[in-house]
Design a protein around this ligand. Structure first.
Ligand SMILES: C=C(O[C@@H]1C=C(C(=O)O)C=C[C@H]1O)C(=O)O
Length: 101
């Protein structure tokens, strides 16, 4: 396929390609999160039926350290990675509290 020569058309084509990739990656994020929540829901049930607390701060600390390490390797802002994981974990803990009530 021939590349458009006009800079405006070229920019439009590049924008379209990037947005296509972004849409695919967003879909991966949604499916990945849904899969993660399936496992955390199962953990929530286990905790509720075995009298275990909804949150596990020691485990969270390990996960945050691991994720920040991975973020550095992946050239992603580690502070953002930490905030993002904390946001998800808070939602999981809410679910676990609901299992217990
Ligand atoms: C899923 C768990 O429950 C909570 C949620 C976590 C998570 O979403 O990764 C981690 C620790 C817990 O505070 C767990 O204990 O493994």
């Amino acid at each position: 396929m021939t590349e458009p020569q006009d800079p405006v058309a070229r920019a439009a084509a590049l924008l379209k390609e990037h947005r296509h990739s972004i849409d695919r990656l967003d879909a991966i994020l949604v499916f990945t999160l849904a899969e993660r929540f399936k496992h955390t829901q199962a953990v929530g049930l286990l905790k509720a039926t075995h009298d275990l607390p909804p949150s596990d701060p020691a485990r969270e600390e390990q996960q945050i350290a691991r994720l920040k390490d991975l973020a550095n390797t992946a050239d992603l802002d580690p502070e953002f990675a930490e905030k993002f994981l904390n946001f998800i974990i808070q939602e999981v803990i809410k679910h676990h509290e609901q299992h217990q009530s």
